[in-house]
Design a protein. Structure first.
Length: 298
């Protein structure tokens, strides 16, 4: 990963800002100078705030190494987001440890290994080991999205082991760390960051629902929905509305649950999420919610 200092200078000039004005409340003027003249990258949090002030995306001024490994990780990430775990695993197994050069490479490797072990192979112990490798050896800042995802993953692995107290500790830590990251620091249009935020809130809500804290689950779901709606993102929207409805049933908010199940059902058809569609139909039957005649005819 490297920063394009000249690009930062160009964007600043277009905004009519001085280095001092760009730095105000974020960092020192000297830091801006180092970025522009020597392409020195500060902490990611500072860089995100600078991009937000300039009204640009992080990807406008930071580029990854254009190599095969980078493209491989992007492919794995895309496959996982589309629930194509078998294919993601096939791609992942082709990576060799000697290819891992940077800390970023190693963080991604151990995160995806942990995720695949947990979700595809149902092996929480291996998942905890891999997430632990990431957290203990390759993370320099708690404000690191892979660190937050690995912390969340560790919690979900303990949930699989039915160690609910440990699971709650790790999931709470992941959510709390995400909360402390200044919302204004997210660059406009950073879809990966946004989708990871939504994923963390949705996964945490799922845990709270399982350990019988539906109100806490709904708070997290509403946070995720707000993020998705503000950015006009469909990512996990069908799952979020289904989760919201299920928790409302537990709280006896029947009318609201009806409405949100209908929304979830329609979205699951739009996103072609057949597994979720069938799950929603089954839950609606269980809770004696009227069938979706209009949606079925459409």
């Amino acid at each position: 990963m490297r920063i394009l200092g000249e690009k930062v200078r160009q964007f600043r000039k277009r905004k009519g800002m001085s280095q001092k004005e760009l730095a105000e409340g974020i960092c020192t003027q000297a830091t801006i100078s180092l970025i522009e003249k020597k392409s020195k990258i500060p902490s990611m949090k500072i860089m995100m705030k600078i991009c937000n002030r300039l009204g640009i995306r992080l990807s406008d001024v930071i580029v990854e190494n254009d190599d095969q490994l980078y493209r491989t990780f992007k492919k794995i990430d895309s496959l996982i987001r589309h629930d194509q775990l078998e294919t993601a695993n096939e791609v992942f197994t082709k990576i060799r440890p000697k290819q891992l050069r940077s800390n970023t490479d190693k963080k991604q490797y151990y995160y995806y290994e942990g995720y695949i072990q947990l979700v595809l192979n149902d092996n929480p112990d291996e998942a905890i080991f891999n997430f632990g490798m990431l957290l203990n050896q390759f993370v320099k800042s708690s404000h690191d999205m892979f660190a937050i995802l690995a912390t969340l993953g560790t919690g979900l692995a303990y949930e699989r082991k039915q160690s609910y107290d440990k699971a709650e500790i790790f999931v709470k830590q992941a959510v709390a760390t995400l909360h402390t990251m200044d919302a204004q620091a997210m660059p406009i249009g950073d879809d990966d960051y946004l989708q990871n935020e939504i994923l963390i809130y949705a996964s945490a809500a799922q845990l709270y629902a399982k350990i019988n804290f539906p109100e806490e689950a709904l708070e997290l779901i509403d946070l995720a929905l707000k993020k998705a709606q503000e950015s006009q993102s469909l990512y996990l929207l069908d799952r979020l509305y289904a989760q919201k409805a299920a928790n409302e049933v537990v709280l006896n908010n029947v009318a609201s649950a009806h409405d949100h199940y209908y929304v979830a059902y329609a979205l699951s058809l739009v996103t072609h999420n057949e597994n979720l569609t069938q799950k929603i139909i089954k839950e609606m039957a269980t809770y004696h919610i009227a069938p979706l005649q209009v949606a079925n005819e459409a």
